[in-house]
Design a protein around this ligand. Structure first.
Ligand code: NAP
Length: 296
């Protein structure tokens, strides 16, 4: 079997065209653009690059963006003040705090301060709590897990009653994607670094979401034949054959998985472009909600 490749880049481009049209309609209707506010603390090159990519994608779609770029030695109060400024800025509808924050900053306090109405990253504990509760819906769901769910839909995954295995339980990927799969009525198993017999668990998975940050860790012969595989892992590995001397690979060994899976995402070009797109979609949703509240 050769798996169908789930093309996250193509899905993201299609959705971004729709978002750009929606942003233009918004601007025409209200006379101002939807706005995203970003807080970046420190000079981690990967975080700075993610922020640049997110802002560029927003600007291309007609979403205005404002960034608070704070030095790494900023105090808790200074970071909180940046969030408060964005909370109080009527031109900003969505707020993104780029993680990780420096170790001396309380991420919990900062994320808890983001206005619920502007929590486009979906990391506010109330939004996560609503995601976890039966019969409740969060205002926003986190971008990467939402991107995974859209790609599963694109791949035609039947989630109801399916065995879904999530490898990784981080606050930003594994945990929320497991909650979203459970809301979609899958039977969810979460694996992490202390899990025993992970291969046996993965062998039962109709749907596998891998988010551990270990290059090519999950091998093709661990998979259930026909499984739908969403590979969130984005791992930089040395590759002298590349002009830059490195390339990115997922947490799943792509070549061997291609022979067994029914469908699989690529790295890069799978979940990555979807993450930014979901952030943009959430920003449009936030802008429309806030604009309607103001005009009511
Ligand atoms: P993280 O916070 O480091 O969490 C890793 C998770 O994997 C933890 O729950 C850890 O278990 C588990 N784990 C680690 N080694 C394991 C092993 N050998 N077996 C089973 N579980 C193991 O990472 P993250 O932020 O979730 O990111 C995961 C990957 O996704 C990274 O490669 C990251 O770059 C990528 N990512 C991509 C996007 C995107 O947009 N494409 C967005 C976010 C993240 P414990 O909880 O027990 O420690």
């Amino acid at each position: 079997m050769t798996a169908t490749v789930i093309d996250g880049q193509a899905v993201a481009e299609r959705l971004r065209a729709e978002i750009a049209a929606d942003a233009a309609d918004f601007q025409a209707q209200y006379g101002y653009p939807p706005g995203l506010g970003v807080v970046l603390v420190g000079d981690d090159p990967a975080s700075a690059s993610y922020v640049r990519m997110k802002r560029r994608a927003c600007e291309q779609a007609g979403i205005h963006s404002v960034a608070h770029l704070l030095p790494k030695e900023s105090t808790q109060e200074e970071v909180e003040a940046a969030v408060e400024a964005l909370n109080n800025d009527p031109g900003i509808h969505g707020i993104l705090v780029q993680l990780p924050l420096p170790a001396h900053i309380s991420e919990e306090r900062v994320l808890g301060l983001v206005s619920l109405d502007k929590d486009v990253d979906g990391f506010h504990p109330i939004n996560i709590g609503l995601l976890a509760m039966k019969g409740r819906e969060p205002l926003f769901t986190p971008a990467t897990p939402t991107g995974c769910m859209v790609l599963l839909q694109e791949a035609g995954a039947q989630l109801e009653g399916a065995n879904a295995v999530v490898v990784g339980r981080s606050n930003i990927v594994g945990m929320p994607v497991a909650l979203m799969l459970m809301k979609a009525n899958a039977t969810v198993t979460i694996c992490h670094s202390r899990t025993r017999n992970m291969k046996d668990i993965i062998a039962q998975a109709d749907v596998l979401v891998a988010a551990i940050g270990k290059p090519a860790f999950i091998k093709g012969d661990w998979l259930k034949p026909g499984a739908i595989v969403i590979d969130v892992g984005t791992n930089k590995v040395d590759d002298p054959s590349q002009p830059r001397g490195y390339r990115y690979v997922g947490d799943v060994d792509y070549e061997s998985a291609l022979e067994v899976a029914g469908a699989i995402t690529k790295v890069p070009g799978g979940v990555g472009p979807m993450t930014i797109t979901m952030l943009m979609l959430n920003t449009m949703k936030a802008a429309r909600r806030l604009a309607q509240t103001i005009t009511l």
